[in-house]
Each structure stands twice: as C-alpha cells, then as structure tokens.
Design a protein around this ligand. Sequence first.
Ligand SMILES: Cc1cc2nc3c(=O)[nH]c(=O)nc-3n(C[C@H](O)[C@H](O)[C@H](O)COP(=O)(O)OP(=O)(O)OC[C@H]3O[C@@H](n4cnc5c(N)ncnc54)[C@H](O)[C@@H]3O)c2cc1C
Ligand code: FES
Length: 304
Amino acid sequence: MSISNNCQGSSGCADIYATVARNQPACERYWQILLRLPKQAQALYAHFTPGQFVLLDLRNLGVPDEVPSDLVHKADRSVILRRPFSPMQVQCGPDGVEIELLYKVVGPATIRMTSLRPGQSLRLLGPLGKGFRIGPAIKIAILVAGGIGLPPIHHLSYILKRDRPTVRLEVFIGAKTANDLPFLGPDGRPTRMQGMPIHLTSEDGSIGTKGLVTECLLDWLAGQTDLDPGTTVICGCGPAAMLTRLAKIALDKGLSCQISLESYMACGIGLCQGCVVPCKGKDGPDYRLCCQDGPVFDAGQVDI
Ligand SMILES: Cc1cc2nc3c(=O)[nH]c(=O)nc-3n(C[C@H](O)[C@H](O)[C@H](O)COP(=O)(O)OP(=O)(O)OC[C@H]3O[C@@H](n4cnc5c(N)ncnc54)[C@H](O)[C@@H]3O)c2cc1C
Ligand code: FES
C-alpha cells in the first residue's frame, strides 16, 4: 500500500489504497463498509472533521450477481467518476485508520460496491473538503439527518459526545419508511447514537412520528423557550428540499445553521470546477466549490 501525495488543489489529502475489512447490508437498501488505511494515513486523518468526505474509485469493480430488481437497468452503466462519501466513523489507532461508511445502493457505483469482499483493496482519496464547525460558545447542537444524510450527522454526534460532553444534543432523523432506516433494534429504536435524545420520523408513519423530519423539528422548536441564538446551532445533511426547508426554519428562528450539500464531484480537490455552489457574496452573487469550500456551508451563505 502506498500513499501518493497528489492533491495539489487541497491541503493534506492523499490517494491511498484502502483494504476492505467488512462489507454487509445494514437494512433494505443500505450497506455498511469498513475500510482500513495503513499507518501512514494516521497524520492525515487525525483531525478529520465530521462532514468531510472521501472519494472512492469504484471503476474496476464487477456487477454483483444480485442487483435490486428496480436497479437492474442501471447496473451496466459505466462508472467513470470516483464517488463521494462522508464517513459515519473515523478511528485512528496504532495500526492505521479505520473508516466506516454507510451507503445507499442507488446506481452503478453503489451496486458495484456491494461486491467488495474483505481483503480486497480500492483507491481512496481523502480527507477532502470542510466539515461542520462547532464553535466553543455552542451549548446546544440540533442535528438533522434525512435519508443518506445520516452518516456525517452520526459522526458529528459521536465526536460531540466524546469531545464536548457538555453540549446538549438533539438528533432528528427522517426516512421515507422504516425499511430505509439502518441500525434499528427490535424495539424500533436506533442501536447507534445511544444515550442521545433521538426524534425519529418517517414519511409513511411506519416508524416514529409520521411526516417530514423538518416539520418534526419545527414542532419541537415551538416547545423550546430557552434557545439562545448565540449558543445554539442547527446542523443538517440530507436531500436538497430538506436542507432548503431547514435553512428557512433556522432563518425564521434566528438560529445559525450549517448544511452539508450534495453535488456531482469529479476531482474533489478544486481543479475541475465541476461542483459550483451559488452563494451570496457581499456585492452580489458569489460562486464556491462544494468539494473545497464545502460540502458544509453556512445556510445563510448559500443561495438556495
Ligand atoms: C459530500 C458527499 C457525501 C456523500 N456521502 C454519502 C454517504 O455517506 N452515503 C451515501 O450513500 N451517499 C453519499 N453521497 C451520495 C453518493 O455519492 C451517491 O449516492 C453516489 O455517488 C451514487 O453513485 P451511483 O453510481 O451508485 O448512482 P448514480 O445513479 O450515478 O447516482 C445516483 C445519484 O447520486 C448522485 N451522484 C452520482 N454521482 C455523483 C458524484 N460523482 N458526485 C456526487 N454525487 C453523485 C446524484 O445525485 C445521482 O442522481 C454523498 C455525496 C456527496 C456529494
Ligand atoms: S469536484 Fe472538481 S472542483 Fe469540485
């Protein structure tokens, strides 16, 4: 395994061979993969921030025998670009770095990803981008995840609980249906993020409160009288419509809000200009790069 430092556009990232330690289904459409990076990667990942991401090279993988029936038509499409994933856990230990990803099988690259077996290796470029920034004044962090936005929110909750135990966490998780929620125990409660107040919602009411996660948040906010805008932050990751609504809710309540945006990415390091995010500048429109200036942006900064 070798590290080649070819990230001219980004500080402190490397293209590394990662080894698959585990790759298994987490629920109907989600898989969980554990990747191991060699010791040399420790320095790079020691200060990994939740919301940062890695790009996986999945180009040379074959299509597995089992493909969900509604995705068969996508399976043979070629995979040209690397694919971005925000880890749900990053652990640096004496033997190297472990990166845990949670991925939803949606198209040709993620279909191929399910074929990876322990011991196989793949190229991984990272760490990339800028993650969530929780300033020292923050006392309440409201974390909101929708769909495949769960991994970085899970990571953020873990890091805050570990490093900032006095910060009060409120976690809102939304899914279309119960089958779309990984890590559910037999009692219907998440087996991860234990000991945190978790507000579950599903659009069809099959688990938690029926409805959209943003409306659940709004109901909860209506009952809070002690939220100080100076010490409260909302952090969100999920579909674009959810993030737009979240930004509006935060604005109406006068709360600061950070959102992790999704964009097609090619290079991941600011070279191809393929991931432009329209932002509001002081003197008019401003354009930022999702891979380098984000994917986490202040909601007030983005033109959504
Ligand atoms: C910063 C970031 C972090 C992400 N983290 C996760 C994660 O933790 N778990 C997870 O399941 N998914 C995550 N995604 C989304 C994931 O990258 C896409 O689902 C994946 O690339 C789909 O590839 P595909 O070939 O299987 O499907 P496709 O059919 O190619 O794509 C399905 C959808 O995925 C998106 N997509 C496809 N290619 C890219 C690309 N090169 N860059 C960005 N988006 C793309 C598009 O919205 C597309 O409509 C993240 C995306 C970004 C930008
Ligand atoms: S992906 Fe190339 S500049 Fe952002």
